[in-house]
Design a protein around this ligand. Sequence first.
Ligand code: SAM
Ligand code: SF4
Length: 469
Amino acid sequence: MERERVAERNQLGGALRSLNRGNTSHSQEVTLGRLPFDDQLEGGLLHVQHAGGDRFPSSDAAITHIHHVHLTSTCEVGELISHWRVAPSSEDMTQHTTVGGKACHRVTTLVNWMERLLDSQASEPRDQWRRPLETLRLSLTARCNLACSYCQPAHQEVRQLLTLEQQLALIEACCHLGVRSLRLTGGEPLLSDQLEPLLQSIQKRRRACNGPVALLKEVALTSNGLLLDHAKAQRLRAAGLDRLTLSLDGLDAAVVADMAGLQGGSTAGHRTLTTLIDAIGYAREAGFDPSAGALKLNSVIQRGRNDHQVLPLAAFGRAQGIECRFIEFMDVGSSNSWSLDQVIPAAELIEMIDAEWPLVPIGRSSGGTANRWRYRDGRGVISVIASVSEPFCSDCNRARITADGQLYTCLFASTGLNLRPWLEPEIQPEQLIRLLQAHWAKRHDRYSEERHLSITKEAKRADMAYLGG
Ligand code: SAM
Ligand code: SF4
């Protein structure tokens, strides 16, 4: 199916480019597969059928569907443009819709636009920056058993949690559109009773090898680890969890208490720290092998709060053979009193560690968040997630779905798309797929790269414990 779409796109692009080169003898018929589009989404199903330049539809509806295009030398390019009302998001084309006559230079824009349109209709859509959808972060709850300083969860559950069936429908639809990596998160996902049944259902589908969920390459979990006892770790592994990332922001009891928002100072911090270190052991025993990347640690670093823990954390990772991922304190949400001076840029973190244990860069994989480094002495790997100082929006492939079914296409967004109406029993899976497809195709978020622009700071943003990180 995907191969056919690519062939269609190439064929159409080739035909239009040929016109652009002024090839007047060119005549080509391009038949695109029928790609039904839901009229509730974009304002109307529209077939473009043209033979000889006189039957282009003149409609105010945005083109959301192209069925059959016949280009001949008698088809003036300007006419082509003036007859095609283009999608509202395509501003560069809108301004040309009233211009008639030959306008070959505009064909390039048209080709780009057509390619984008076809990309968006492909079974694996691209967004406005041609970024694919490859990773889904699904939040299971907004609740948490900690109150980390940088996160400040609301401690309230969302009003309508997604059911297991709804979660599976979303995972299935997203896999259909290209998602290959699923991360379950929260709030604290180990508080969710649905975690294990969900993992088991995903596992069943992956093993069946015949649906889109079977295309998942990995299922991962991010957790603070407090509820991870021996039995739980074993059950998660048996239920098909591939990777586990646990949060650990320090190795000093008072720091842990401060970072986790615990009442009770060092005593409470010590208890939590011991529990976390035990959890790391349970995870390892259950088969989450850190040397295979199946067990990692996340540490958010805030200047003046836990920056003196960077070296102890790195030393702990080296001793345990676990990759520590140092995360820059991000301005997610509206309740963590973020300020730039509390951010330790990744370069400074690396300098600190490199001075103690020299590092060799590995780099960041495309679509990934972590910039990785290995220790020159062979004692493992560390990474930094530099969302503030070195944004990686350009290849961001992540969609986030909250525990109550809101789709966010950026961690820094203030609103999401409510998917609940599309999870009602009378809605067909294809309709959900088309909604997600169309929404992804319109996506143009790149907040981190635009952080310096004041316009991006106006709206109240969703909190991290709701979005899931
Ligand atoms: N409760 C789980 C945990 O803490 O691992 C999962 C949810 S938590 C929201 C996901 C990740 O987001 C955690 O690794 C956490 O450290 C990170 N995080 C939360 N707030 C952050 C912030 N303001 N800046 C950077 N990372 C943050
Ligand atoms: Fe809870 Fe995770 Fe937020 Fe900490 S970072 S408060 S553990 S959701």
